[in-house]
Design a protein around this ligand. Sequence first.
Ligand code: BTN
Length: 257
Amino acid sequence: MATRKSTVHLPTGYRLISCDSVGSTNDEAKRLALAGEESGAVLWAREQTAGRGRRGRPWVSPPGNLYCSLLLKADWPPFRASQLSFVTALGVCEAIDRLVDRPRARCKWPNDVLMQGRKLAGVLLESASEQSGQVDWLVLGLGVNIVSHPELPDGDTATDIKTETGVELGAQELLEAFVGCFDDRRRDWEAAGFGPIREAWLERAEGLGEMVRVTIDDEEVDGRFDDLAETGELVLVLANGERRRLSAGDVRYLRAA
Ligand code: BTN
């Protein structure tokens, strides 16, 4: 990754590695992790040519939006490490709210950020574990639509900050705000565990109490979105009253058009 000099203000403990164009900042972060890079590297690219989303989907990445990946290393058990994707989603919401008045950014399970019900940002967490089972390294990839957004398949809709607010943020200012908010929340999480993160996430959750459809591979589960479990699982109440916890899947809100 060819680096480029610019003054970007990050909290203590984070180091910027930036460039104009790269395949995927997550791939670069993983490569650096394997090459011995220390915890706290922040990879930022102005565009990606092979950006990736969850479930192997492409993440269209033209210039103007934010594409970054944080590399973290610590001895976390996998269930703790996966909580960091909620810390990331919350950090993005809080950074956006810090920079634009309204509408408020909201969380969609597992790790999307919405504005006015449309997808604004996504998080891709990738990690590797040691033989002991503890996480060796973890990469938190974040894409935020600032000035443009793609058409999404399957009737989902995306949006961007400029469309929703009229404000044209710079990727750098959003990156700085995000890493600052992420770090604040990460400190809360290290000190007090997942509880405060879960509460703040639920307070911002889109569609809490509403009917949703969750697609898990070929299975569809309909239920009322009731809670976020301490494990990060989505808790649904099904038509027969059964409470069902889901650890993966794509959520669709079953709202009348
Ligand atoms: C999702 O599917 O919602 C997650 C999208 C994550 C995209 C970001 S952009 C920066 C980083 N590099 C990638 O290739 N993907 C993540």
